[in-house]
Design a protein around this ligand. Structure first.
Ligand code: PLP
Length: 383
């Protein structure tokens, strides 16, 4: 057999998948706090959007960049909710936020380039960079800086090959949100080093006691590319619809590149997304409130047990500190927790080397399971 491509062989496997495989192989029921999937059903009016498209026979190829009505509705959404002035020509509908991110990277980053990615950060950032045969360079987020990026520290990682900085707020796995002044400083940082600023905002609708801030609001030089998703906001992860907002020339290029990957997002899913934007939004608030309540319940439980954590102000994850308990191998600790207490959590090192000693738990789990799982975790973590 001929050799596999080097960059394909070197692609790391997601640590969450390892936990999932073990959880699936176990005979006893497992409490799953490891996966970021809303526990809510997709709203009926969203499903109806797809059903109507199917009934009409709307099952053919559509434009690479998405159906015009959806691009128009997305432009309206980002204006109303994110404060972004973007015309439909700046919208590229993608197969989920993941592919919006890939569309942004594939239009701007080439083989051998370097891309700054958060550590801890969603592992797919580094993986997508690697898929382009570029090099992910982690920038550390420290507990002492409230896990926010420090432009001075970012600057020390820039080389003449650096092309882009990836930021993610609300953050997976940290739940941190972006303060306005930092959004401004990150834009000026990108200006100073002539970088693309790729902003993953897939959890923009899920914040607690805080507003989501889109860095593109402060973009003075057409260098911010913003990635959004329908997955989490409307509990439609399997529909695979997200979008990129970018300057027109970047959007055109990203749409052109999309031809080779997916050609276009499947039409009924785009009609579901359109129904999601045009229909009632109260469901989004119901889910957001549920995550907020779960966050408060989880925090109270961990406080009572004396386990430290980072209080999330967005997304639906909690970053829990088990440094005193896990030695220097949190992955082994998480696998033991699963084998012995039947609770699955995501080991922090899945999100980068800076995650050693931490675990991520998902608040997207049903409340009873969440609290029972945390009880078992606390029994081990608090010793
Ligand atoms: N970005 C972040 C930070 C995520 O956590 C996820 C999913 O977990 C995504 C993007 C992609 O979501 P999707 O491709 O389902 O839109």
């Amino acid at each position: 057999m001929p050799a596999l491509a080097d960059h394909a062989r070197q692609m790391p496997r997601s640590g969450i998948r390892e936990v999932m495989d073990l959880a699936w192989s176990m005979e006893d029921p497992v409490i799953g706090l490891h996966v970021g999937e809303p526990s809510f059903a997709t709203p009926e009016h969203v499903l109806d959007g797809a059903r109507r498209a199917l009934d009409r026979g709307d099952t053919r190829y559509v434009a690479n960049a998405g159906i015009p009505a959806l691009r128009e509705a997305i432009a309206g959404k980002v204006a109303a909710r994110n404060g972004l002035e973007a015309g439909p020509a700046q919208v590229v509908v993608a197969a989920g936020g993941m592919q919006a991110l890939y569309a942004a990277l594939s239009a701007t980053v080439g083989a051998g380039d370097e891309v700054l990615v958060p550590d801890p950060g969603w592992p797919n950032f580094a993986m997508a960079v690697q898929l382009l045969q570029a090099r992910p360079v982690g920038y550390p987020l420290h507990p002492d800086d409230a896990f926010l990026p420090d432009p001075a520290e970012l600057g020390r990682r820039v080389t003449d090959r650096t092309r882009a900085l990836v930021v993610n707020f609300p953050s997976n796995p940290l739940g941190s949100v972006l303060p306005t002044d930092l959004a401004q400083r990150l834009c000026r940082f990108a200006d100073e080093y002539d970088l693309w600023l790729i902003s993953d905002e897939c959890y923009d609708a899920i914040t607690f006691e805080a507003e989501h801030v889109s860095p593109a609001r402060y973009d003075e030089q057409d260098r911010v590319l913003s990635c959004f998703s329908f997955s989490k906001t409307y509990a439609m992860t399997g529909m695979r619809v997200g979008y990129l907002i970018a300057p027109e020339t970047v959007a055109e290029t990203a749409a052109k590149m999309q031809e080779t990957l997916i050609a276009c997002v499947n039409a009924p899913a785009q009609h579901a997304a359109l129904a999601a934007l045009e229909g009632p939004q109260d469901f989004v608030e119901v889910m957001r409130r549920a995550y907020h309540e779960r966050r408060n319940a989880a925090a109270a439980q961990l406080d009572a047990a004396g386990v430290e954590y980072l209080l999330p102000h967005g997304a639906f994850y909690m970053w829990v500190d088990v440094r005193d308990r896990c030695g220097d191998d949190v992955k082994a600790w998480a696998l033991d927790l699963l084998r012995e207490r039947h609770v699955a959590v995501a080991p922090g090192t899945t999100f980068g080397a800076e995650g050693e000693g931490w675990v991520r738990i998902s608040l997207a789990t049903d409340t009873d399971d969440l609290l029972e799982g945390l009880d078992r975790l606390a029994a081990v973590a608090a010793g």
